[in-house]
Every structure is written in C-alpha cells, then in structure tokens.
Design a protein. Structure first.
Length: 95
C-alpha cells in the first residue's frame, strides 16, 4: 500500500499478530540521523518511545554507517522494532 508516496507493507503473522514494513521517503531526518557519538542517545530516545507505548525493551543493537546513517534494532518482549536511515536519500526503512 502507498500512503503519501511512502510504501507500507502489512504482513499478518501466523500467530495472529500484525507485522508492518515501511519505506518512508522525503523524510526530514534530523531526529533519526546521528553521528557515531549520538547513536546511544538515538537508541535511548526510541527505547523511551517504546516504553511510553507500554512495550518492554529487552535488548538493542545498532550499527553506524557514517557520516550520519544508522541501523537500530530493538528487541521487545512483545516483538521487535528496527529502522535503517538513508539521510542522503531522505529515506527510512522500518520493520
């Protein structure tokens, strides 16, 4: 499905859950891009949002691609959340 030019895929898992995949284009990535030194703060910010939504963060990992692109994966007791930023394209991939 496409929403405002962004591609969102919806996959219903066999266990009855909902799995969303997305490609967001034309993003202003100031809040999601990070330098190597800022990746920890970015993870803390996303983990805090997960907690505010009632989700339980159990682990996280990230990889810095530089100069400001990152991949972040957060393991949740309920599921997972990951995103990959492409600042030079104004794009974020979500899972």
């Amino acid at each position: 499905m496409e929403i405002d030019g962004n591609i969102i895929s919806q996959v219903t898992a066999s266990m009855g859950g909902l799995h969303l995949l997305g490609r967001l284009d034309r993003c202003q990535l100031q809040g999601l891009s990070a330098t190597r030194e800022e990746v920890g703060a970015l993870i803390d910010r996303v983990a805090g949002i997960c907690n505010e939504c009632g989700l339980t963060v159990v682990a996280n990992t990230s990889h810095f691609f530089g100069p400001d692109a990152v991949t972040v994966a957060i393991c949740l007791a309920e599921s997972h959340l990951s995103f990959h930023t492409w600042p030079e394209l104004g794009r974020v991939y979500l899972d």
